[in-house]
Write a protein that binds this ligand. Structure first.
Ligand SMILES: Cc1ncc(COP(=O)(O)O)c(C=O)c1O
Length: 410
């Protein structure tokens, strides 16, 4: 019996890419925090768009264009509903989490920050929630200050409360789930603290969608960036949630077709959000695939997925901890299904290469979190990350392959 309450084997059967061998053995796919595999329903929905409805949106009066426009706007409505947005207009389609965070930093940050303002960014952030703030800080004179984390890779909330009380903080940027340690951050609490001191909260929910039931209103978040491909959806599509009143007062991030009301050589009037932030032809097939991925999350049950993945991650931690010289990084109280480790004998890249020989796909490197690596005192880690289709055999395959690394390098 598999842990959790999922019917893992029937869920697994929906993912064609999982049914293959690599290096002559069945694939053990544990790189889900980088990108999940896609269920047949998502693949089919993207195919169907191109086979039947392919047309540009918001432009044509012909029937294909109308069908494409409806499917695109239905996808926006499905996402708005899933994340608990107050209206569809609060959901801007982007090409991923990175673009959403760049949009906030450039547009909101660029027009609201100035010298003496500070943006607090947690030390565990992905580069996509650090570098855009640095770029905006360079342009505006604002400062970017790191929020310290504990040895367990948890936010130092006492420090945060004290720093906010000192004043001058305009925004707090945090991720909902850490892609390295699996830490589930207390977003609601961070939002409460930030708002108490007049700051906004900007959430990177790249890892959130597949591992927790997100409600932007329950979080009381101001901006939340999502990406579809880490939650069973296609690559190249994501969304930015923004509070309506904030989006309405922000300048466009990119300009061109589709985001204007009227253009003359004297003046351009911009469209209302979300169109204001969607210049150019959007990724319509991606948006449709994103909505189908949400159907999948709803059908399988994201809470059941999270319970299942947590059980597997716990089991993996227990098994890996039996190996002398192996260190697991990140011991937060609340964790999602992600396990990062280092070994005294071998560099993570060597670990990953050997694991691949045994059909085990994991991620190695700094995971775009170099400040977190510096805090942990390592250049890189090996990361195993779990999804709803993983099972205890995958954990055993990981363990056995790590033992091979030990034998080879030990
Ligand atoms: C925590 C976190 N934030 C942001 C990103 C960037 O997401 P994307 O590449 O889909 O824009 C990632 C991807 O690894 C991530 O794990």
């Amino acid at each position: 019996m598999e842990p959790g309450t999922l019917d893992v084997s029937s869920t697994r059967a929906e993912f064609p890419a999982l049914h293959q061998s690599v290096s002559g053995v069945p694939l053990t796919y544990l790189d889900n925090a980088a990108t999940t595999q896609k269920p047949q329903s998502v693949i089919d929905s993207v195919d169907e768009f191109y086979e039947q409805d392919n047309a540009n949106v918001h432009r044509g009066v012909h029937q294909l264009s109308q069908r494409a426009t409806k499917a695109y706007e239905d996808a926006r409505a499905a996402l708005a509903n899933w994340i608990g947005a107050a209206s569809d207009a609060e959901v801007v389609f982007t090409k991923g989490c990175t673009e959403g965070l760049n949009l906030v930093a450039a547009s909101w940050g660029g027009s609201n920050l100035q010298g003496n303002d500070t943006v607090l960014v947690s030390t565990m952030e992905h580069h996509s929630n650090i570098v855009p703030w640095q770029m905006t800080a360079e342009r505006t004179g604002a400062k970017v200050e790191p929020i310290p984390i504990t040895d367990a890779v948890e936010l130092d909330l006492e420090w945060l409360a004290a720093r906010l009380a000192k004043g001058g903080v305009k925004a707090v940027a945090v991720k909902s789930v850490c892609n390295v340690s699996g830490t589930v951050n207390p977003i609601k609490e961070v939002a409460r603290l930030a708002h108490e001191h007049g700051a906004l909260i900007v959430v990177d929910a790249a890892q959130g969608l597949a591992h927790q039931k997100v409600s932007v209103q329950d979080w009381d978040a101001d901006f939340v960036a999502f990406t579809a491909h880490k939650a069973y959806g296609p690559m190249g599509i994501g969304a930015l949630y923004g509070r309506k009143a904030l989006l309405e007062n922000m300048p466009p991030y990119q300009t061109g077709g589709g985001m204007v009301r009227g253009v003359t050589f004297e003046k351009t009037n911009f469209a209302e959000p979300p169109e204001r932030f969607e210049a150019g032809t959007p990724n319509v097939a991606g948006a449709i695939g994103f909505a189908t991925a949400i159907d999948f999350l709803e059908r399988v049950g994201v809470e059941a997925m999270a319970r299942h993945e947590n059980c597997l991650a716990k089991l993996a931690e227990e098994r890996l901890s039996e190996i002398p010289g192996l260190k697991i990084h990140g011991k937060a109280k609340h964790k999602a299904g992600i396990v990062s480790f280092t070994m005294t004998e071998a560099h993570p890249h060597d670990v990953g290469t050997v694991l691949d020989q045994y059909g085990v796909a994991v991620r190695t490197g700094h995971h775009c979190c170099m400040p977190l690596m510096a805090r942990l005192g390592v250049p890189a880690t090996t990361r195993a990350s779990f999804a709803c289709y993983n099972n205890t055999t995958d954990v055993e395959n990981l363990f056995n392959a790590v033992i091979k690394v030990k034998e080879l390098f030990g």
